[in-house]
Design a protein around this ligand. Structure first.
Ligand SMILES: CC(C)(COP(=O)(O)OP(=O)(O)OC[C@H]1O[C@@H](n2cnc3c(N)ncnc32)[C@H](O)[C@@H]1OP(=O)(O)O)[C@@H](O)C(=O)NCCC(=O)NCCS
Length: 149
């Protein structure tokens, strides 16, 4: 089945909000995604298969630093490298914009996401205590400071 990767648009908002609810315990709201569409520093990629939005990822770019906001794939479509293809596109955009380092926060119990990011050269450099709710949990701060994966 062919998967298209494209920039997030207004028409995707209903589906991205639904996907968000499936993937996170404190999902972003429609308003938050609407704000991202207005944010010149935000870059969002969605994965679409036969009209169905099955994954997305986003990043903010400020000066020479990138911050991954979220990467999520519909539970029925995981482990098929969809998140990898999304992250590759975010990192390519970062490179194009002369970003030197990319960071993100992840729940410290989210081992599979940590493994996923490690494959792309992210490593732990710090923690934020009690950063998350539902359940309360610390965040690990991951960084990628080289684009030589
Ligand atoms: C994390 C997430 C985005 C991965 O999406 P995905 O499309 O399944 O990931 P990929 O198929 O590209 O996986 C790439 C690699 O990541 C690691 N990985 C991903 N899922 C894994 C799992 N369930 N168990 C172990 N390793 C895993 C593996 O190294 C995998 O490579 P492999 O399949 O060759 O072993 C997805 O599980 C998800 O949406 N989780 C909920 C939201 C979330 O936690 N997002 C991350 C925090 S922002």
């Amino acid at each position: 089945m062919e998967i298209e990767f494209k920039r997030l648009e207004k028409d995707h908002l209903d589906q991205i909000v639904t996907l968000e609810g499936l993937c996170f315990s404190t999902p972003w709201t429609r308003k938050m995604f609407e704000e991202e569409l207005q944010n010149d520093r935000a870059f969002y990629i969605v994965a679409i298969m036969e009209g169905l939005l099955i994954g997305y990822g986003g990043m903010w770019m400020v000066l020479d630093e990138g911050q991954i906001t979220n990467v999520a794939v519909h539970p029925a479509y995981r482990r098929q490298k969809i998140a990898s293809k999304i992250l590759e596109r975010l990192l390519a955009k970062a490179k194009e914009n002369a970003i030197e380092a990319v960071t993100l926060e992840v729940r410290k119990s989210n081992l599979l996401a940590i493994l996923f990011y490690q494959r792309f050269g992210f490593y732990k450099e710090g923690e934020r205590k009690q950063y998350y709710s539902k359940p309360n949990e610390d965040a690990w701060i991951l960084w990628k400071k080289t684009f030589l994966t």
